[in-house]
Design a protein around this ligand. Structure first.
Ligand code: GTP
Ligand code: SPV
Ligand code: MN
Length: 636
């Protein structure tokens, strides 16, 4: 057994545990499994906090931490609701920073593909262990001086489930602690499930703002934007995040662990960790099917996952809104999916009682709102809540500016990447099997993005290989979820461009390889686009609750209904096979496949994939591209 020296000293008749010289202010260090003790002791020595707080996940703990954050001014209670808080960040720390997110492996090409000479690889950033050591040595020693170090035991997936994975996050941010409690399962129970010597994912997070603070702290939100760095060590299942407190940069269970590290574990073990929602649709006959869907950040996963059907007779229930862990069942061959998260960290702007009532109803209590506006009567406000908020209401924007709703239309209340963070179990339509350790069986996999031009409402792949190709050529307009500016259409294969923790060529091949096991029941793969515009830049499709019409068609296709016809880009709905009752739709515009657009697109896609992946681009994808070119050449 690894022995860690935890000396005891008597202080005022109370026995205090210490790690080195640093006191444990709460919790029992001896309760931690030895492998955790060892790592925590190393982190304490490195980061030199003023104390160590071992979290147990209790409500009292949350109350204490919340109180502290309110006193400091980081959180403000939203008095209109039960246990809701609002937080405004330093305006330099508002989204994921992809340009500072790295994967570290000895072999560069374990992390990133062999891009062609001169091509700027956007499918992951790699740094060598030696170079990264220099960067971390410049940041980590003493990074928590004067601050408390919180030790957060958490489970991705239900605690104790064979599909779940355990992580321990060490952080000096109590905002992060509160958010992790919502987004993951935080409990001292975790320690009992970590067997002797068993692996856990090590997550170190620091705001990079030790005391005495030598930098200007804005909005009571300590951070260090110049030195922000988010680093993954997939070989040793470790994440180090420095300088940012926001979302995917700091809630390390989410993108860092559940996608980048878990993706690599999944590659090694033969399963999938994907940027996908999981939902079920029950049709008027009472038949239920589950689907998983991948759209890039801020492109509609949360909204689709909990949609309110616009046509009667359908029921939708949500299992997850952002991440799916999926594996083919060895016995039945079904693809089974679990949601490793416990909460929703959703885009606030645009969410309202019309577009997504279930999200609004989920966040009326026990939730944290970051970078939204606040109403004078202690409510939340963001762009999209005009109908729910009386004109004349005084709003304080996320930058602290006051304005009267309805008076000046140029005033913005919220950052476009403002988010609500709420417990999934509070969702009115949470599926009763959302925590089923066996997962739910997936009948269809849907990909999609924001495609203003050229791409029809829905396409079904011809077969598995063609489906993997559809996912590989996924593109979308950039959004405020990361640091990209403007609205350029970018490649985002599988909606995983920012989230893959290993060579993207190997990732695509991993998907292709599932076809090789005849036992696997491969779900049908689809591509959807809710965002096509007409010549006046108006959406051709109403979206939101009306997306049920497309889901219905997809489900009917999984049942083998003869409602699709062949086109050069895939199978399309036969005319009138999608229920459009009550809608005024320009079907021809919505479904057209402009030859010039697609011919250019396939050439551009081939060049991009070839530049980015080089010889790592799987041959099957090259073949698919050639076939697509051939089919397009026959298009009139
Ligand atoms: P992440 O949490 O960043 O991964 O985003 P997400 O994929 O869950 O996106 P979300 O559902 O939060 O939607 C992001 C934005 O897209 C919101 O402002 C929505 O209002 C808008 N949106 C979602 N679905 C639709 C749709 O069907 N049509 C249109 N026009 N907009 C939509
Ligand atoms: C995304 O960007 O895809 C998100 C938000 O879901 S974050 O948690 O910041 O990654
Ligand atoms: Mn996401």
């Amino acid at each position: 057994m690894e022995d860690v020296n935890v000396p005891f000293v008597e202080v005022h008749y109370v026995t205090i545990q210490k790690v080195g010289d640093i006191p444990i202010v709460k919790g029992d260090f001896k309760e931690l499994p030895p492998q955790v003790q060892k790592w925590v002791a190393q982190m304490v020595q490195l980061c030199t906090p003023r104390g160590v707080y071992i979290c147990d996940g209790s409500d009292e703990e949350a109350e204490m931490v919340t109180q502290k954050l309110v006193e400091r001014g980081t959180l403000t209670k939203l008095t209109k609701y039960e246990n809701n808080y609002i937080c405004w960040t330093d305006p330099r720390d508002v989204a994921r920073v992809e340009s500072k997110t790295f994967i570290v492996t000895d072999d560069k090409y374990a992390s990133v593909p062999h891009s062609r000479e001169g091509a700027n690889c956007v499918l992951g950033l790699w740094m060598s262990p030696e170079e990264m050591k220099v960067q971390l040595d410049d940041r980590l020693p003493g990074c928590m001086s004067g601050r408390m170090m919180y030790i957060i035991p958490f489970s991705m997936g239900p605690i104790g489930s064979p599909l779940s994975k355990i992580g321990v996050q060490v952080t000096d941010s109590n905002y992060v602690l509160l958010s992790m409690r919502v987004m993951t399962r935080v409990s001292s129970e975790i320690w009992k499930h970590l067997k002797h010597g068993e692996e856990f994912v090590k997550c170190l997070h620091s705001m990079g703002c030790p005391r005495p603070v030598e930098r200007l702290v804005i909005k009571h939100w300590p951070c260090n934007p110049e030195k922000t760095l988010i680093v993954h060590f997939p070989d040793i299942r470790k994440v180090i995040s420095y300088g940012s407190g926001y979302g995917g940069n700091s809630l390390l269970g989410k993108k860092c662990f559940a996608l980048r590290i878990a993706g690599r574990i999944a590659y090694d073990e033969g399963w999938l960790a994907e940027h996908m929602l999981i939902m079920s649709i029950t049709n008027p006959k009472g038949e239920e099917k589950f689907v998983a869907a991948a759209f890039p950040s801020a492109c509609g996963k949360t909204n689709l996952a909990m949609l309110t059907p616009a046509i009667p007779g359908y029921t939708v229930r949500v299992v997850g809104d952002d991440i799916a862990w999926m594996r083919f069942d060895k016995q039945t061959g079904e693809l089974r999916a679990i949601n490793p998260e416990a909460g929703f960290f959703g885009v606030a702007p645009g969410t309202n009682m019309k577009t997504n009532p279930n999200a609004i109803l989920t966040c009326l209590k026990n939730s944290i709102f970051t970078n939204v506006g606040e109403t004078a009567d202690g409510g939340f406000y963001w762009e999209g809540l005009e109908d729910e908020t009386p004109p004349g209401t005084e709003i304080t924007s996320w930058t602290g500016e006051k304005f009267i709703l309805g008076e000046d239309k140029t005033k913005k209340s919220s950052h476009p990447n403002a988010r609500f963070c709420c417990p999934a179990r509070q969702c009115p339509i949470i599926h009763d099997r959302w925590e089923d350790p066996a997962g739910v069986p997936i009948s269809a996999i849907i990909f999609g993005g924001r495609r203003p031009e050229g791409v029809p409402l829905v396409i079904e792949s011809f077969d598995w290989k063609h489906g993997v190709f559809l996912a590989s050529q996924l593109k979308s307009e950039t959004t405020a979820a990361a640091e990209h500016t403007g609205k350029q259409v970018m490649h985002d294969p599988f909606a995983m461009r920012p989230f893959v923790g290993y060579n993207f060529g190997h990732y695509i091949q991993h998907w292709l390889d599932f076809e090789k096991d005849p036992n696997n029941k491969l779900p049908k793969i689809f591509h959807v686009n809710w965002f096509r515009l007409d010549e006046n830049k108006k959406f051709l499709w109403p979206g939101f609750g009306d997306n049920i019409r497309v889901l219905d068609w997809i489900i009917r296709r999984t049942n083998g209904e003869d409602i699709a016809e062949v086109s050069p880009v895939g199978l399309l709905p036969k005319k009138d096979s999608i229920n459009l009752q009550g809608l005024v739709i320009d079907w021809d515009k919505l479904m057209s496949i402009p030859k010039e657009y697609w011919v250019n697109d396939i050439q551009e896609t081939l060049k991009w994939l070839d530049d980015q992946l080089g010889d790592d681009l799987p041959k099957d994808i090259r073949d698919q591209i050639e076939k697509q070119k051939e089919r397009l050449s026959q298009l009139k």
